[in-house]
Write a protein that binds this ligand. Structure first.
Ligand SMILES: [Zn+2]
Ligand SMILES: [Zn+2]
Length: 112
């Protein structure tokens, strides 16, 4: 036996136990907003862990300069993480780089 129906805030009469289309739409929009704001666990891990480790790496004297001689500002990967994502956090696969070389590298990789 269904319970009494109710009147939604949008004035529609809704059967007991059912959700009004306006509530369903609201819930969907809330979820979409929430999902848009929340980075994936993976991205979050990447940012915090990576930034911390990369900064420490570049602070070491032997990593102060890029191979081109410019001051190092980014950590580059010796073996592309597109080929070996598992080597992303491996310091043995890191080298000090500059923005320019990093950009050139990335462009070269896209052509492959
Ligand atoms: Zn409603
Ligand atoms: Zn460079």
């Amino acid at each position: 036996m269904p319970g009494p129906s109710r009147i939604c805030r949008c004035q529609k009469i809704i059967a007991a136990g059912e959700r009004c289309p306006c509530q369903i739409r609201d819930a969907r929009e809330r979820k979409a907003r929430h999902d848009a704001r929340r980075p994936s666990a993976r991205q979050r891990g990447y940012t915090a862990e990576w930034q911390h480790a990369a900064r420490a790496f570049l602070a070491e004297p032997q990593n102060s300069h890029c191979a081109c001689g410019a001051p190092a500002t980014v950590v580059m990967h010796v073996i592309s993480i597109r080929k070996r994502p598992d080597l992303r956090m491996m310091r043995s696969n890191w080298r000090a780089g500059c923005q320019r070389c990093n950009a050139l590298d990335a462009a070269k990789e896209r052509q492959q």
